[in-house]
Design a binder for this molecule. Structure first.
Ligand code: AMP
Ligand code: ZN
Length: 499
C-alpha cells in the first residue's frame, strides 16, 4: 500500500529559507535533479556525502510509494579551473598533465565514480546525462535568451545580461543572498571581464582560445558552453520547465545555482525549480574537504585503512551510517574516533535487525501499553523523516526500538504485541534501515574463523615482540601482508584489514 497520503513531507527550501509543504508538480511523482561530479579526479568523501544525502532523499520518496525520476548529470566539459569564467577546463588540464585524451579522463573518473557509488549501495539515477551529449540543446537555449534580449554576443562569446534580467523582474542573488549592486560594482580589471557589459554577467558560450582543446562549433564561435548552462538544459529536458526538486552541495548555491535560476527563467518565463535543497559540507580537521586544497580523504583509503588519519579500516556501510547520523543540512566533521563510535552503534542496530528478521512471531496475551508504545515509535520514525529528512532523529527512534527488540528477544515476548503491530515494527525498522538508509550487514568482520585466526597471529606477534624476537614478529607481519592482510598498530592495539 502506498504511504504517500499518510506522510506529508516538509522540505527546507533554500530559496525561501524555510521549510515548506512538499506538493509535487504531478501527483505521486517526484522529479529531482542533482548536480553530478566533474569527472577530472577521484571523488572524495565530501562529494560522496552530498550524493549519499540525495540518495537517501530519493530512497525515502520511493519507500513511500512515489514514482521518482532522478536525474544526476556528469560534467564532462565547460567547468573551468577555480569555478572561474576564464582559465583551463578542469578535464583538459588533467588530460594535458597525463598526456591523455580528455575523454579518456572522463571515462576513467566516471567509472571510478560509479564504482564508489555502487560500493556505498547508492541507487543509480534514472538518467545520467552528460554536458557534451547536450550541446545542441545548450546552443538552442542560448538562442532563446538572445532572442529575448537577455543575453548578448561579445567577441564570439555569449553572456547572460544580469542587469537586463533584473530590470525585467528577475531576482539574481535571491538564492545565495548576494547583493546584486555589490556584485555589479565588482572589479573590472580581472582577466576576461572586458568583453562583458557588467562583471556579474556570466558566460553562456565561450570562444575557445587556441590552447583550449575541448571545443565545438556554434553560431558564435568555435568554443564551449558555460558551466551553468548544462544543468539548466538537462534539468528542463528530462524533468520539465518547472520541476520539483534540485539538489547539490551548499558550495554550488553561488554562482552555479543562482545562474541556473536566471537561465531557466529567461528561457521559459517560470522559476525552473520548486524546492532547492542544499547539503552541507563534510569537513576534515574543521576545514571543508576539498580537492583543490588537498584536504581530502578518498573512499579507498577509508576501506583499506591506509591513511595516517585512520586507526583502522572501515566498511562502506559504516561510513554511510556515520553520515546519516548528521542531518544533511549540518556540517559533519570526519574523524576516526567518530567513525569508530558509529561502527559500534551500527552493529547494535544490525543485531536487532537480524533478530527481527528471524523471529518466529506467535501471539500471546496482549500488552496494551507495549503495543501502543511500539506503534508510537513507528509513527515517530515517519514523522522525523517527513520533517525535512531528519535522519539523526529517526536513528534515535530506531535505537529506542533496538532496546525494545532486545528486551522482547530476551524474554521471548514479541507475542505480547498485536500481529499487525509486530508487522508494522518489522516493516518500519527494517524498511528504514535497508530501503531508506541503504544500510546492509557489514560482512567485513563476519567471517568469525578468519577473524579469530588473524587475531591469534596478532597475539603471537605481540608475544614475539615482548620477548624481543623481532625476526619472528616481522616474519608474521610480512607473511600476512603477502596474503593480503595488512596489520596496523594503533593506540588501542593492533587491527587489521583484508584486501
Ligand atoms: P564537483 O565535482 O566539485 O562539482 O562536486 C560534486 C558535488 O560534491 C557537488 O554537489 C559539491 O557541492 C559536493 N561537494 C564538494 N565538496 C564537498 C564537501 N566537502 N562536503 C560535501 N559535499 C561536497
Ligand atoms: Zn549543476
Amino acid at each position: 500500500m502506498s504511504k504517500i497520503k499518510d506522510n506529508q513531507i516538509y522540505i527546507y527550501n533554500s530559496l525561501k529559507g524555510e521549510k515548506e509543504k512538499f506538493v509535487p508538480v504531478s501527483k505521486n511523482h517526484v522529479g529531482i535533479y542533482v548536480c553530478g561530479p566533474t569527472v577530472y579526479s577521484n571523488v572524495h568523501l565530501g562529494n560522496c556525502r552530498t550524493f549519499l544525502s540525495f540518495d537517501m532523499v530519493v530512497r525515502y520518496f520511493k519507500f513511500l510509494g512515489y514514482k521518482v525520476r532522478y536525474v544526476r548529470n556528469i560534467t564532462d566539459a565547460g567547468h573551468l579551473e577555480n569555478d572561474a569564467e576564464v582559465g583551463e577546463d578542469k578535464i583538459a588540464k588533467k588530460a594535458r598533465l597525463e598526456q591523455l585524451e580528455p575523454m579518456e579522463i572522463v571515462q576513467r573518473y566516471t567509472v571510478d565514480f560509479h564504482n564508489v557509488m555502487n560500493s556505498f549501495n547508492a541507487l543509480p539515477p534514472s538518467i545520467e546525462p552528460t554536458a557534451t551529449g547536450h550541446l545542441i540543446e545548450q546552443i538552442e537555449m542560448i538562442q532563446e535568451s538572445l532572442a529575448k534580449g537577455l543575453a548578448y554576443e561579445s567577441n564570439g562569446s555569449v553572456y547572460f545580461d544580469v542587469k537586463k534580467y533584473m530590470e525585467e523582474g528577475g531576482d539574481y542573488g535571491a538564492l545565495s543572498g548576494r547583493d546584486v549592486d555589490e556584485l555589479m560594482s565588482g572589479s573590472r580589471d580581472l582577466e576576461g571581464q572586458e568583453e562583458k557589459k557588467n562583471p556579474t554577467d556570466f558566460a553562456l558560450w565561450k570562444k575557445a582560445s587556441p590552447a583550449h582543446i575541448m571545443r565545438w562549433n556554434s553560431p558564435w564561435s568555435v568554443g564551449f558552453p558555460g558551466w551553468h548552462l548544462e544543468c539548466s538544459v538537462m534539468g528542463t529536458k528530462y524533468l520539465g520547465k518547472q520541476f520539483d526538486i534540485h539538489g547539490g552541495g551548499m558550495d554550488l548555491k553561488f554562482p552555479h545555482h543562482e545562474c541556473e535560476i536566471a537561465q531557466g527563467k529567461a528561457a521559459n518565463n517560470v522559476d525552473p525549480v520548486n524546492y532547492w535543497m542544499h547539503g552541507n559540507m563534510l569537513t576534515l580537521n574543521g576545514k571543508r574537504m576539498s580537492k583543490s586544497t588537498g584536504n581530502t580523504l578518498l573512499p579507498e583509503e577509508l576501506f583499506s585503512g591506509k591513511n595516517t588519519l585512520l586507526e583502522k579500516a572501515f566498511s562502506t556501510t559504516v561510513v554511510r551510517f556515520f553520515m546519516l547520523q548528521a542531518h544533511y543540512r549540518s556540517v559533519l566533521d570526519f574523524s576516526s574516533e567518530a567513525l569508530t563510535a558509529s561502527e559500534k552503534g551500527f552493529k547494535k542496530l544490525m543485531t536487532a535487525f537480524d533478530i527481527l528478521e528471524k523471529v518466529d512471531y506467535k501471539p500471546t496475551s496482549l500488552n496494551k501499553e507495549e503495543n501502543v508504545l511500539i506503534k508510537d515509535l513507528c509513527a515517530a520514525c515517519y514523522a522525523e523523516m517527513n520533517d525535512d529528512f531528519n535522519t539523526p532523529k529517526t536513528i534515535a527512534k530506531l535505537f529506542d526500538m533496538v532496546a525494545k527488540i532486545n528486551t522482547y528477544n530476551e524474554k521471548q515476548s514479541f507475542g505480547q504485541l498485536e500481529e499487525s503491530t509486530f508487522k508494522l515494527l518489522k516493516e518500519t525498522f527494517c524498511g528504514m534501515i535497508s530501503d531508506v538508509f541503504g544500510l546492509v550487514a557489514d560482512n567485513s568482520g563476519s567471517n568469525d574463523t578468519l577473524d579469530k585466526s588473524i587475531q591469534l597471529l596478532i597475539d603471537m606477534r605481540a608475544n614475539a615482540k615482548k620477548e624481543r624476537n623481532f625476526a619472528l614478529s616481522d616474519e608474521i607481519r610480512d607473511k600476512l601482508i603477502a596474503i593480503g592482510v595488512q596489520l596496523k598498530d594503533g593506540k588501542e592495539g593492533t587491527t587489521y584489514s583484508v584486501e
